[in-house]
Design a protein around this ligand. Sequence first.
Ligand code: NAD
Ligand code: UDP
Length: 311
Amino acid sequence: MRIIVTGGAGFVGSHLCERLVGEGHDVLAIDDLSTGSRDNVAGLLPHPRFALFVHDVTDPYFAPADRVYNLACPASPVHYQRDPVKTVVTNVVGTINGLRLAARTGARFLQASTSEVYGDPDVHPQTEDYRGNVNPIGPRGCYDEGKRCSETLAFDFHRQEGVEIRVARIFNTYGPRMAIDDGRVVSNFIVQALRGEPLTLYGEGNQTRSFCYVDDLVDGLTSLMEHPSETGPVNLGNPVEFTIRELAEKVLAITGTDRPLAHVELPIDDPKQRRPDITLAARALGFTPSIALDEGLLRTIAYFRERLASA
Ligand code: NAD
Ligand code: UDP
């Protein structure tokens, strides 16, 4: 198939492109390199079935396609809050441009949505029918409401234009190729530990997240895309929950570092708890994340060790 991956030079996008090229598809990554990088797809660039188009998805684009994975959007709170208006525009106009392309070509369209649509959830674990607790006017609103609107757009193009859609609600995912300056917790803690710096624990570290290794997520995304009828939204993530303090302790233990934690104020609207209910993904897609946090951290630490050494 001819497959477009917007955000294809980003962390998740590059792993997805690698998987799709490996399966024999023609893959066009569309990315403005704002938070992704050419390095992420360096291994794919010589491949005859892969191309990178450096382009901002908020400007219309066209290429023949059978599938569109729409991942273009900054994902780390540090990145998406840097230019919040652009984050909203990317989620709204960028998604419209991808959906228009899908409507013209007849391509199936998958939207990379997020657990942030649940905001600071008062239902735990989060099921797809929970409508969330988002602060529309807070600093996370540009991303949370932008992604909620991207889901609305997908379903409206489905009802109005007959576009075949898939909506994945992705929970915290980590792995090699996260940017060193990404600002998300797993890469921050690993980079800080490897540099011998104190790990920055926001608040008391009692807030929870459930961390999914990127290969497991890519399994879920491709299975959802190729499901004959499931539109979603479908939660994709690893349902094993940790406090952020536990994560810090694991990173210190695995890297063999012994540093005090640096206590930093908890950001506004930081969700207190998060864990996906993946009953639907398991039943409809056979989705069962197989890489435990310790194993995923080992692989991710090995990647950052190499990156920091070569930098
Ligand atoms: P990332 O920042 O590494 O990747 C995003 C990519 O999109 C980057 O390559 C960036 O350059 C590109 N991009 C951003 N704005 C663009 C624009 N206007 N035009 C073209 N390209 C643009 O982040 P990621 O973790 O790989 O996230 C990928 C997608 O998955 C995002 O849509 C994100 O919201 C979603 N998601 C990720 C997670 C996670 O934990 N990794 C969780 C929930 C949702
Ligand atoms: N966090 C932290 N230290 C950091 C970065 C993040 O304690 O250096 C916390 C953050 O407050 C949040 C959790 O880790 O509770 C996950 O943050 P991240 O930015 O990775 O993603 P989020 O799930 O908040 O979008």
